[in-house]
Design a protein around this ligand. Structure first.
Ligand code: MN
Length: 196
């Protein structure tokens, strides 16, 4: 993942690289999730940065160093950037390199997906489920609460599913596991592999 840098002290609102995600996520959910929720996190972060001592550094560094409101908003900007960028209505398949790593560390791609969905479905409250690479090169699945991101634990984030209710409630109501299962249809694995 490239460092995300501010311009003139402000982080830009990412543009969505697509207009829909097929049947996995509705246009209404996409519109609220990107245009309202992410927009609020970006605006709140940019308002809080001046005078904070965290100006001029990458978004990833802000997440590693900040606490309180700045951490929450910076974390959510980073998490949503990774989330939206890895999805596509015409996703590219997984390559053999990532497939072999998943097989090595989880037994199989299916076993990885099962663990990922299980950890996403059982995360209590709001948060994110992540696939990351640790400092030894091993792939791990973690649950992170609220705005947390694996970069604060020294991990390299590769893939994430948002399990805040705003990510799925309009489409799936309480059926979080169905939302998580449907998201596999729109994961662009070439984007995920580019983060290795
Ligand atoms: Mn979200």
């Amino acid at each position: 993942m490239k460092d995300i840098m501010p311009v003139n002290g402000q982080f830009a609102m990412m543009a969505l690289p697509y207009e829909n995600l097929g049947t996995a996520v509705s246009r209404d959910t996409l519109s609220f999730h990107h245009g309202k929720h992410l927009k609020a996190y970006v605006d709140n972060l940019n308002k809080a940065l001046p005078g904070s001592g965290l100006e001029g550094i990458s978004l990833q560094e802000v997440v590693r160093k900040a606490q309180g409101g700045i951490f929450n908003n910076a974390g959510q900007v980073l998490n949503h950037t990774l989330y939206f960028e890895q999805l596509s209505p015409s996703p590219r398949p997984m390559g053999s390199h990532l497939e072999s790593l998943l097989g090595r560390d989880f037994g199989s791609v299916e076993a990885f997906k099962n663990e990922f969905v299980q950890k996403g479905a059982t995360l209590f409250g709001s948060g994110w489920v992540w696939l990351s690479m640790d400092s030894d090169g091993k792939l791990v699945v973690t649950q992170q609460r609220n705005a947390e991101n694996p970069v604060t634990d020294g991990l390299r984030p590769l893939l994430t599913f948002d399990v805040w209710e705003h990510a799925y409630y309009l489409d799936y109501q309480n059926r979080r596991a169905d939302y998580l299962a449907a998201l596999w249809q729109v994961v662009d694995w070439q984007v995920v592999e580019s983060r290795l």
